[in-house]
Design a protein around this ligand. Structure first.
Ligand SMILES: C[S@@+](CC[C@H](N)C(=O)[O-])C[C@H]1O[C@@H](n2cnc3c(N)ncnc32)[C@H](O)[C@@H]1O
Length: 191
């Protein structure tokens, strides 16, 4: 399985944001692009991908490609899925996931708990990591990315506790959704 864990400290934790101004809502535009980059191919869904949006270190929205329905390439409809999930935040009690729609769930989990539950090798994606050219592409992997900002100290410490390595995808820092596409391509090409 491939997993992507997108750490969005500034991401929204309530549904109170406008679909008409996604950048103002904790860069939901970028989060939506990360979701589609991780799960969509040109004409359908990838198989065996799980994407976690960790929002404000408080709530996590999980997308499971095996069951996912209704994910489209445009940012607005994906942002609407995020908003619909957050509207159920009061139903997310303990660490029991609330099923929002097929393949989409909301759970009250911080980054530490999400990473503790991941059962694939965990790699932080970072320009300071080991260049991918020096590595064999892993068969299964959970890649951890930040969104538009650098990981803060607390997130870096949490990731270091769980990570099996740190991977650099290329010499330039690129947008998180582009990094997801490069990571997929690396593993696709190896297969
Ligand atoms: C837009 S970048 C974060 C912005 C931050 N100011 C920076 O320059 O690293 C978003 C995330 O994409 C991933 N990323 C971007 N470029 C990368 C690269 N060359 N190798 C590995 N990961 C990368 C990292 O997880 C990074 O934290």
């Amino acid at each position: 399985m491939r997993q992507f864990i997108i750490v969005a400290r500034e991401g929204p934790t309530t549904e109170e944001f406008s679909l008409d101004d996604l950048p103002a809502a904790g860069r939901v535009d970028l989060l939506a692009r990360c979701v589609t980059a991780s799960l969509l191919l040109s004409h359908g869904l990838r198989e065996d991908v799980r994407t976690h949006l960790v929002l404000g270190d408080e709530f996590t929205i999980q997308f499971e490609s095996a069951n996912l329905r209704g994910l489209h390439p445009d940012e607005r409809s994906t942002a609407a899925m995020i908003r619909t999930a957050l509207a159920e935040r009061e139903e997310a009690i303990g660490q029991i996931p609330v099923e929002i729609s097929s393949g989409v769930s909301l759970v009250r989990m911080d980054l530490d708990t999400v990473l503790a539950e991941v059962d694939d090798p965990i790699y932080r994606l970072h320009p300071d990591g080991t260049p991918k050219a020096e590595l064999s592409p892993p068969a299964d992997a959970a890649f951890v990315l930040s969104n538009h900002q650098e990981f803060d100290e607390a997130d870096s410490a949490t990731i270091s506790k769980h990570a099996d390595g740190e991977i650099c995808l290329g010499p330039e820092a690129i947008h998180a959704d582009h990094a997801i596409a490069v990571a997929h391509n690396w593993l696709d090409t190896a297969e």
